[in-house]
Ligand binder design. Structure first.
Ligand SMILES: Cc1cc2nc3c(=O)[nH]c(=O)nc-3n(C[C@H](O)[C@H](O)[C@H](O)COP(=O)(O)OP(=O)(O)OC[C@H]3O[C@@H](n4cnc5c(N)ncnc54)[C@H](O)[C@@H]3O)c2cc1C
Length: 321
């Protein structure tokens, strides 16, 4: 079968890798490269994981996958010292990061894939030959027998036709945004933590990116907003958001963070999923449309892996017509 996958985040990359030995798989990604919300922003000499910070692994299949990645040097443990309400401790749960940046896993999985980047799919057209995907520039791609979207739920809902059987589940899902403020310093700061979890909006989390394994040395600090706070301020002027995060971050760090030589804000419209679909994937056999991603099962990297793996198992074991 000819299968189009929309999105080269972890879900799309895992799915493509599982299916490509049996089907012709094409991945369409609107960004410049793979990674999605597991992404890394470079601003020479600094580097920031401005999406996912780390991941944990409870699913044995995910643990096996990470063990392979670890042997290839693409994943390592982050011995973080997390500050929580002034108390600094090493977290009990092992935290993993991709090396040298969070996008390394998806980049690796994309090798030898038919990955078409900087193509933003805007609509699907049903034709006698199959699905045609039309991009933002008006170019058509296909035909494809199947289309699988791994885009966040709201974006998948906008792409798929109204008679797709998964629309009720898509409407049920709730996602929240997040702001990421990237700060690069000429000199290291004196902080006794590598990450800080804050219970005080607007800050959700702060992390010294350069303490993660395999990162460049220049001192890079990332501030993430609280998700509920971001939802309420998504359309605010970026300068106002930046000021609020800088002021609150400086208070928490007890340092003036506004001296940072590099300052850049990124807005994630869909970051976390407080209300997931509660099913591993959405599948419409009649229409030959399916969807998967973290939002099916949760809010985390591991949920994206589990959702894509479950859909791949389902497709590969489905009885042939
Ligand atoms: C700020 C932030 C912090 C986070 N922190 C953590 C954390 O610490 N730990 C953790 O486990 N998880 C964290 N997460 C969540 C984690 O990043 C996600 O669970 C995971 O990366 C989702 O992967 P995915 O493949 O399901 O979706 P995505 O990574 O969102 O992939 C979807 C892809 O589809 C592409 N796309 C969308 N629409 C189109 C279109 N129309 N045409 C073409 N391409 C399209 C997007 O560009 C994207 O690359 C965080 C996320 C954010 C944003």
């Amino acid at each position: 079968m000819n299968i189009a996958i929309i999105g080269a985040g972890l879900a799309g990359s895992i799915l493509a890798n599982r299916l490509c030995d049996f089907h012709n798989v094409t991945i369409f990604e609107k960004a410049r490269g793979p990674g999605g919300r597991m992404s890394t922003r470079r601003a020479d000499p600094f580097a920031f994981d401005h999406g996912a910070q780390y991941f944990t692994a409870e699913n044995p299949d995910f643990q096996d996958f990470l063990a392979e990645m670890e042997m290839d040097g693409l994943v390592g443990a982050w011995p973080d010292q997390i500050a929580l309400h002034g108390d600094v401790r090493v977290s009990e749960k092992l935290k993993y990061v991709a090396i040298p940046g969070m996008n390394a896993i998806c980049k690796y999985l994309a090798i030898d894939m038919d990955l078409r980047t900087q193509i933003h799919i805007e609509s699907l057209e049903r034709t006698a030959e199959g699905w045609r995907l039309v991009d933002k520039k008006g170019a058509a791609h296909g035909p494809f027998d199947w289309v699988i979207s791994t885009a966040p739920s709201v974006q998948t809902a906008a792409l798929f036709p109204s008679d797709f059987s998964g629309h009720t589940a898509l409407r049920f899902v709730q996602m929240q945004g997040c702001f990421a403020l990237m700060l690069g310093f000429d000199q290291p700061l004196t902080l006794d933590w590598s990450a800080l979890k804050s219970g005080e909006p607007p800050i959700g989390w702060m992390a010294i990116n350069s303490t993660k394994p395999g990162r460049p040395e220049p001192y890079a600090l990332l501030i993430q907003s609280d998700n509920a706070w971001a939802e309420a301020h998504l359309e605010d002027e970026p300068e106002a958001v930046m000021d609020a995060l800088l002021e609150a971050g400086s208070k928490l760090a007890d340092l003036d963070l506004s001296v940072a030589a590099h300052q850049k804000l990124h807005r994630w419209r869909y970051a976390a999923t407080p209300k997931p679909a509660g099913q591993p994937f959405l599948f419409d056999a009649e229409m030959q449309l399916a969807a998967c991603g973290d939002w099916c099962l949760g809010s985390k990297v591991e949920a994206a892996f589990s959702s894509a793996s479950a859909l791949a198992d389902h497709i590969l074991t489905a009885p042939k017509a």
